[in-house]
Design a protein around this ligand. Sequence first.
Ligand code: HEC
Ligand code: HEC
Length: 361
Amino acid sequence: MTLESQIINKAIKVQIVKGINSPSSWLKACALIALALTFSPVFSEPLATPDIDDIEYPEDEAPNQMEVELGKILFFDPILSANNQMSCATCHDPNNGFGDGLKLSIGHDDKPLTRHTPHLYNLAWAHSLFWDGRAPSLEHQVLMPVFDPSEMNLSQKQMLERIELSPFYKTQFNRVFQQDNIDTHLVSLAIAAFMRSIISSNSPFDQYLAGDTNAISTEAVSGLKLFEGKAKCVECHDGANLTDGSYHSLGIARSDKGRGFVINDDSMNFRFKTPGLRNVSLTAPYMHDGSIADLEGVIRFYNDGGGTGPNKDNLMEELNLTEGEIRDLIAFLAALTQPISIARPSVPNNFTTDPSIQKKD
Ligand code: HEC
Ligand code: HEC
């Protein structure tokens, strides 16, 4: 959330709570907000359990289970790649924290991509996708890897031809969307519906928030205090999904301009989206370039004040954490773990060569 919208939100809350409506009380409210800004330069949303009611669905309507299932089958179907060997799940493997465990992902023709595969947890609440936020919604994002020559490398026409060829998909699309003609928009709706269903909201930390004080260890409780205090993590990793949805440079990148390239603004160069931290213990290695192997490495990186690359955020200063505090922070991050197991569905295409994928028709 931008500072501006935080101020607006806060103002609205003040208005609701106090029933402010006269201009003079508005002035008072503004003065109060200015005061709050002076003493706490950065607002952070409290850490919380994600609220399903806050999810914004296309047309304001949650998809039905059939649509989610259809999206899931497409997600696992290598029919979406030129060589019929790569599905979304090849890189976003549910058994690997919806990542691939690699520093950099391997794309079409076994060539490495320039960025690390991110996890897919709780993207239902995300307002921008990719490390540089270049996709404004899941519907915009989900087919980009399919059409990207370095990833799955299909044309729109090829994708639709392949899907149309399958009697299974013809029937399913018809059942879900009640129309005979399968187009790219429907394919993206189905996959995005499945993406939004990947939700983790009952980790030990959530149980702790709900009042079960024994749900997390005393180390994790200390880690939580550090996360919100001395270690300053919450200044960027806030809210229910532990991300501000904004972009920062931690001093990692030197050539990948990240957000700056997307919006053609030098002040945003080398900044990347703050990733949500739910299930973060399952998704090593870390960062947009996969440069940090494990969580201990991540905490030590922050403890040293981050990297030496350009445009580094002012918050990145040495933290002077003790060895015990480093362990406590790791314990807190681990308390955000609630694995989501998704059974690999059988996929309906006839020409897959991947033996791990069963055939259906
Ligand atoms: C070859 C590996 C690979 C394949 C195949 C792949 N992805 Fe990705 N995915 C990535 C990488 C790498 C990124 C990050 C790219 C970037 O930020 O520039 C990414 C990013 C994403 C994101 C954004 C996550 C976030 O936090 O912003 C979503 C959602 C996603 N992929 C879904 C899919 C779907 C759906 C498919 C199948 C249609 C798919 N991916 C296929 C590697 C892959
Ligand atoms: C200035 C904002 C900021 C602060 C402060 C911050 N982070 Fe981050 N964090 C980010 C951004 C941005 C990234 C991604 C950076 C990149 O890939 O270049 C990130 C990445 C991470 C990752 C890797 C996640 C992944 O999926 O790859 C972890 C873990 C993490 N942060 C934990 C922490 C902890 C713990 C703290 C406190 C010690 C902290 N962060 C403080 C902004 C911040």
